[in-house]
Design a protein around this ligand. Sequence first.
Ligand code: SF4
Ligand code: SF4
Ligand code: SF4
Length: 218
Amino acid sequence: MNDETTMARRTLVKGVIAIGSCLIFAGVTQAMPARAEEAASGLVDVQYGFMVNRRKCVGCKNCVAACRKYNKLSDDTPDRRRITERFDSHGKKYRVSTSCMHCDDPNCMRVCPAGAISKVDAGIVQVDKDLCIGCKYCFQACPYEVPRYNSDSMDKCDCCLGAGVKPGDQPYCVSACKFGALSYGPIDDLVAEAESLNHEVVRVGDACEPNCYITGEV
Ligand code: SF4
Ligand code: SF4
Ligand code: SF4
């Protein structure tokens, strides 16, 4: 089969899935696709996540650059990691670097009509770009506006699995931060460690049970 035939078939399959998914979304049910259901029912032995220290981030964006470099993001792919400015209860400004939260209950996976999103080892939420049909339902469903798109598919943080990092090992953003503002590990351990220092520990949000917390001396 030549490349054109392969592309034509792939486009046709995506088109059929897209039409079917529109019917499903507009209709009665939003049932989780079989593949996503299977992934959701699988055991996530230890959930990993991010701890962001708001007192240490200087906004240098080394984490953003390392993410782009090692994941070889194309020019038309938005940053996976973003630095946002916030204010504490005393009106003092701080910065946090966040990406996908690898939620316990990921809405993105629930609504994906193509079964392109799975929760894999270390609780990482990963997208299979070959299955993605570009419908953008995941963006609408994610409370944190994480999924972004390039000309091929949805794109978001996979804790550098696609860059060859093993599940549970340090993603490149964390290695690139020379200020100790980003930590990655078993999320319960990171929370316990921060609490043992009597630091305030706040989950980034309630929706979907995100595995990203903000800490730092009060
Ligand atoms: S590399 Fe560290 S200090 Fe720099 S922006 Fe990222 S989290 Fe903040
Ligand atoms: S933050 Fe959004 S994209 Fe990431 S796992 Fe949660 S719902 Fe999905
Ligand atoms: S855009 Fe999102 S919801 Fe749609 S197929 Fe791709 S990963 Fe799934």
